[in-house]
Design a binder for this molecule. Structure first.
Ligand code: FES
Length: 423
């Protein structure tokens, strides 16, 4: 079918929304509660457009033959501005913040936030990975949908009624008391910084300024995503510049989690062979992801015997940094601080699991997400684009690179079976 947007004619599929057609044709419509992975609930009303004289939300309005849409005029601008002013009213935001909600408010012409913040809403710092501040939550609902519909966890939902509605775990429990797997997908989609990763950057800066030996490992994905935190092209592989930047921050050793990923392949392959030969529990499932391990513990405990007993690459690496690495460099293991840069907030939870201290010390002391590392680089005016390419330190910076497919479905098992054929 064909529809008209701003006077131009466009092809549209039967089940497409106005927003879908507009985005495909590079016609800008502001959105806040919309996310391509989620069913549109049209909670924010910032995507209003004019359809045959009436304002309708573009994110959930399906096209129909001959539809005539206008995406910009005075009435639309005023409606969008009013809607975002009402969203922001009585919340703990200021107009100089740098988050999706406030950036959009500035773009829509908001100059002043209406009303005073409401009486204190709930704060939650109980979990190792995430921090919630409901004074900033505008109930866009993306975190709830992501947790419930995509992750299948349901650690958060809506509590209270009407004006008193808040996003929180059931019965307003703390996140640490419910079956949250610490995956951080809620924080990844929150436009208002009402749920954020717990920021460890100041503790890492403090360690770097101390006399301690501070070593860092970087997960495979970080080299691909860190550039985006500094405005480089999304997906650009910045391995050498990442290494150079970490040296500029002052790390005493810059190492690659890929090294421990190879060890994981060897360890898990041995375990698999041992299970096959001794009629152990099969199939064996990987234990590389702490979010997955916690998910099994909460929701499928009967499957726990299927999960490999090996530590994840992050934890193997942490243990080695306080044993093998310390010994090979002549460092007192007690003086080593182990930092990892990881793509996922569940890694912050993982380092705090009680069993993750086989060396007699905590294997990994701090986890930074890629976003935290990006903020640290910005604070120190370290510009990835201006740095030369440097190489990871030997030996724990060397690897086969096989970890590149760990994150793909079946990736670890593919490598295990490849290794098994060569053993
Ligand atoms: S983006 Fe359409 S209503 Fe929120």
């Amino acid at each position: 079918m064909r529809i008209t947007i701003n006077g131009g004619e466009y092809e549209a599929a039967e089940d497409e929304t106005i927003l879908g057609v507009a985005e495909r044709n590079h016609i800008d419509i502001p959105t806040l509660c919309y996310h391509p992975d989620l069913k549109p609930e049209a909670r924010c009303r910032l995507c209003v457009v004019e359809v045959e004289g009436k304002l309708e939300t573009a994110c959930n309005t399906k096209v129909r033959e001959g539809l005539v849409v206008v995406t910009e005029n005075q009435q639309i601008s005023e409606a969008r501005k009013l809607n975002i002013e009402l969203l922001l009213a009585n919340h703990g935001h200021t107009l100089d913040e740098d988050n999706e909600l406030v950036r959009l408010a500035r773009r829509l012409g908001v100059k002043k936030i209406r009303g005073e913040p409401l009486p204190e809403k709930s704060l939650d710092s109980s979990c190792f990975s995430l921090y919630r501040d409901n004074n900033k939550c505008v109930l866009c609902g993306k975190c709830v949908q992501k947790c419930q519909d995509v992750q299948g966890v349901e650690a958060i939902g809506y509590v209270g009624r009407g004006y008193h509605t808040e996003v929180a775990p059931p019965l307003n429990h703390k996140l640490s008391d419910v079956a949250c797997v610490n995956c951080g997908q809620c924080a990844a989609v929150c436009p208002a910084e009402a749920i954020v990763e717990k920021d460890d950057s100041s503790r890492v800066f403090k360690a770097l300024a101390s006399e301690k030996k501070v070593v860092v490992q970087t997960a495979p994905s970080v080299r691909v995503s860190v550039g985006e935190t500094q405005g480089l092209e999304p997906g650009l592989v910045s391995t050498g510049k990442l290494v150079a930047a970490l040296r500029r921050l002052g790390f005493d050793a810059v190492l690659d989690t890929n090294f421990a990923a190879d060890l994981t392949i060897v360890e898990e392959a041995h375990e698999l062979i041992e299970r096959i030969q001794n009629k152990g529990t099969l199939p064996m499932m990987t234990s590389c992801c702490p979010g997955w391990v916690k998910y099994v513990e909460h929701f499928y405990p009967k499957l726990l015997p299927h999960v490999s007993t090996c530590k994840s690459p992050q934890q193997m690496f942490g243990a080695l940094s306080k044993t093998y690495l310390a010994e090979s460099r002549g460092w007192d293991p007690g003086d080593v601080i182990s930092v990892s840069v990881m793509p996922c907030t569940a890694k912050k939870y993982e380092i705090n699991r009680p069993e993750m201290s086989d060396s007699g010390r905590r294997d990994v002391d701090f986890v930074l997400t890629t976003r935290e590392l990006g903020r640290m680089l910005n604070q120190k005016n370290i510009n990835l684009g201006e740095l030369p390419d440097e190489r990871y330190d030997d030996l724990m910076g060397a690897s086969t690179g096989a970890a590149a497919i760990f994150g793909a479905s079946g990736g670890v098992m593919e490598l295990l079976s490849a290794l098994r054929q060569t053993l």
